[in-house]
Design a protein around this ligand. Structure first.
Ligand code: SF4
Length: 305
């Protein structure tokens, strides 16, 4: 029996890459890459809710040491921050990049060179931050980078608002999925992140990610090689639905799921204009979230303060 290569994209040949790249770019002609399904022609320069044409834009790329421990390791996670976002989170801590459009247009070759340069620096992985609206361009650049020797795992670091059809294009390409699980209340998701039907979309996306990569696997040094990590940012007044999402994950995704429970919320961007979002979380809210995590038996992951 042939063993699967790690990272998984090493198993994809040039013809298979070409087929996926073609299929992915065709979606941009009437864009439905994400659940917003704007239906505009990004190849012709039109912009939908993500305010992006077909030209990829990057804000920065660098070794990042503040990601979850198996991603950052000792040499850093190789983050590439894409400009713009499919979500409109009023409290986004990266809002100059995600909402204000900070960044520069790059060519596909330049994107491929960024991946290679992160590998050269010794990063454990290439970590695509807010990649959803540039999936075709990422696959295109990856094919070039692979030809030139890229061989570290890929992390897909997303807000969790993903179409299953787009995720399927990444099957066998992405090794580590790291989605947020932001809300269970669709009204809150619409109000604070501009996302319709967030929870039902998130549930389908998490199931597809788990189907593709399964539980997180680490190498002998504790570095992530494949699998799913779910981030959950605790919001004030239980706006993030912690008491609902964690039991759902335990029951429907995996009892072994790795959860990154984050308590560092602070009111950034436009949050101060919304009373419910205008404060950090209390110690009591944090302890309650931890108790929920314990009570549903999710023992893998990290508590970030
Ligand atoms: S990727 Fe952008 S243009 Fe395409 S459907 Fe999503 S928000 Fe709309």
């Amino acid at each position: 029996m042939q063993t699967k290569k790690i990272p998984s994209y090493l198993d994809i040949n040039r013809i298979q890459f070409e087929r996926r790249i073609k299929e992915a770019y065709e979606i941009l002609l009437s864009c439905r890459l994400c659940p917003h399904k704007c239906g505009i022609n990004r190849i012709a320069g039109e912009k939908g809710k993500c305010r992006s044409t077909a030209q990829p834009m990057v804000s920065s790329f660098n070794a990042h040491y503040g990601e979850e421990p198996p991603l950052s390791g000792s040499s850093g996670s190789g983050t590439i921050f894409f400009t713009n976002c499919t979500l409109r989170c009023l409290f986004c801590q990266n809002y100059p990049i995600s909402q204000l459009g900070n960044g520069n247009p790059v060519t596909i070759s330049e994107l491929a060179e960024m991946m290679l340069s992160l590998q050269k620096r010794g990063c454990h992985n290439v970590n695509f931050v807010s990649p959803t609206h540039f999936v075709p361009q990422i696959i295109d650049a990856l094919a070039q980078a692979k030809e030139k020797g890229l061989s570290i795992p890929l992390v897909y670091n997303t807000g969790g608002y993903e179409s299953v059809s787009t995720l399927k294009l990444l099957d066998g390409i992405v090794d580590i999925y790291m989605p947020d699980a932001k809300y269970t209340d669709d009204e809150m998701a619409q109000k604070y992140s501009g996302a319709t039907d967030y929870f039902s979309i998130l549930k389908k996306a998490l199931r597809e990610m788990q189907r593709q990569v399964g539980d997180l696997k680490l190498d002998e040094d504790g570095i992530a090689i494949s699998g799913l990590i779910i981030r959950h940012l605790i919001l004030p007044d239980n706006l993030a639905g912690t008491a609902r999402i964690l039991p759902w994950i335990a029951k429907n995704i995996s009892q072994n799921a790795y959860i990154s429970l984050m308590s560092q919320y602070f009111p950034a961007h436009q949050a101060m204009n919304h009373p419910q979002l205008s404060r950090g979380i209390t110690r009591k809210e944090y302890q309650e979230a931890r108790a929920i995590l314990r009570s549903c038996g999710l023992e893998n992951g990290w508590l970030q303060q």
